[in-house]
Design a protein around this ligand. Structure first.
Ligand code: URA
Length: 206
């Protein structure tokens, strides 16, 4: 495994996602938001799925929630270019797929869509092989941990993600989704606590 071979495999996986029609979202979206950042990142941040702005730009977390995520990263000295950012679903789920321009047209991915996209996410994680994963919000946390427990139960504690392929389990920390912080300021404290916890773990093992 070299950095170049990992990059090449990520590129080929991204091309597969571009051609994917395993669920209806593939033919509804403008661009998939495959992933962004460093393929040798220590930390992988995983959100739910692309929204309006991500669909236009083909990059995860570039809208309002993304701007807040950038600030959250900066609070512990991280940058979008030095971590890796992806979503559990690569294509934008819409409430009304006939009107992509309509505002307020984003929705969470369905169980079928999550299942269809899962192999891409798992391949992506096995390629990046981060030391830590941060699940942003309940959808990402539940999907990755295969649990019905909600974000209130899961957040703030370390869990383990099994990447398969004979690789060791990866410590996974669920926290609130940045979009949730835009709705409820009270949760910012908890995310700040979680980021300090992440930073400590990164320093401990490096
Ligand atoms: N919300 C997400 O979960 N992912 C994005 O990429 C943007 C907003």
């Amino acid at each position: 495994r070299t950095a170049a071979s990992v990059d090449a495999e990520l590129k080929s996986l991204c091309a597969q996602v571009e051609a994917c029609r395993k669920c209806p979202l593939g033919s509804q979206r403008l661009h998939p938001a495959f992933g962004v950042g460093s393929s040798s990142a220590d930390v992988l941040f995983i959100g739910e799925g692309p929204g309006f702005e991500e669909d236009r730009q083909g990059e995860p977390f570039v809208g309002k929630a993304g701007q807040l995520l950038d600030k959250i990263l900066a609070s512990i000295g991280l940058k979008r270019q030095t971590v890796y950012i992806a979503n559990v679903v690569k294509c934008r789920p819409m409430i009304d797929p006939t009107d992509p321009e309509k505002r307020g047209n984003d929705r969470p991915p369905s169980p079928d869509e999550l299942e269809a996209c899962r192999t891409y996410l798992e391949a992506q994680i096995r390629l990046v092989r981060p030391r830590f994963i941060v699940a942003l919000g309940g959808v990402a946390a539940k999907t990755l941990l295969r649990t019905e427990d909600g974000i209130m139960r899961l957040r703030g504690r370390w869990h383990e993600f099994d990447p398969g392929g004979g690789l060791a389990p990866i410590p996974l920390l669920p926290t609130f989704h940045p979009a949730a912080l835009l709705r409820n300021e009270d949760w910012k404290r908890d995310v700040w606590t979680d980021m300090k916890n992440l930073k400590k773990a990164m320093e401990n093992e490096s």
